[in-house]
Design a binder for this molecule. Structure first.
Ligand code: ADP
Ligand code: MG
Length: 220
């Protein structure tokens, strides 16, 4: 049993309580929409799942492992293998080619050069960006950079893809394409997709909806 289990997660910033004893179970292969108004904690929740933020209390269980019990390298390795992040705004490094951007997760995990090249080619082909690999993000045609960001997130075949506001800067047509790509992955490879967004366009793709609603309050 893998998936993600969050048990009684609380998180506050300064005097603002963002999450209060929040619990949920995300199954392998779910397409999760985390929704709620701006400031309700969508990004915070996504970042807690991805290990970028640490909860003040509560348990995060990823792939059956309680994160609390993992230290240093073991923890880094689990996140690197288990989770792929699509950052807000589809950020790529403009000094690097698309191929170099895509392969960064492999470089960080010391993948041998040959395997790195092969994986770059394979994932580029799957996402339809083979012809743009030697271009820099600024030279790539519309939509290619978004695809490259997805390719980078998928590079190490993670079990979960996390995406923060993936449709926010896209026209509806491109947004639909990005969501369809994620859905195809979710359905074909049983990869779990977790999207933080209040964009109603995402709702029909979701198999599970987490509504953070307006549950935050100022702590005294
Ligand atoms: P959402 O993604 O739903 O808009 P966030 O998770 O980004 O909400 O933020 C929830 C609340 O926590 C907001 O009030 C925000 O200002 C606050 N917050 C988020 N991250 C930080 C941080 N690193 N430092 C201080 N406050 C933060
Ligand atoms: Mg946010």
């Amino acid at each position: 049993m893998a998936g993600v289990k969050l048990i009684n997660i609380s998180k506050s910033f300064k005097n603002k309580q963002v999450l209060t004893s929040f619990s949920t179970l995300i199954k392998d292969g779910d397409f999760v929409m985390i929704t709620g108004p701006s400031g309700s904690g969508k990004s915070t929740l996504l970042n807690i799942i991805g290990g970028i933020e640490t909860p003040d209390s509560g348990e995060v269980i990823l792939g059956g492992k309680n994160i609390r019990g993992l230290k240093g390298k073991e923890r880094t390795e689990l996140y690197r293998k288990y989770v792929g992040f699509i950052f807000q705004g589809f950020y790529l490094d403009n000094k690097l080619t698309l191929a170099e951007n895509i392969s960064l997760p492999g470089i960080f995990s010391n993948m041998p050069q040959k395997a790195l090249n092969e994986r770059t080619k394979t994932i580029a082909k799957i996402l339809g960006i083979s012809d743009s690999l030697n271009k820099h993000p600024s030279e790539a045609a519309g939509g290619q950079s978004e695809r490259a960001c997805i390719a980078r997130a998928l590079f190490l075949s993670p079990r979960i893809i996390l995406a923060d506001e993936p449709t926010s800067n896209l026209d509806p047509e491109s947004a639909e394409k990005v969501l369809k790509i994620l859905q195809v992955f979710q359905e074909k490879t049983d990869t779990t997709v977790v999207v933080a967004s209040h964009d109603e366009m995402i709702r029909p793709f979701a198999t599970k909806i987490i509504n953070l609603g307006d549950t935050t309050y100022e702590a005294y």
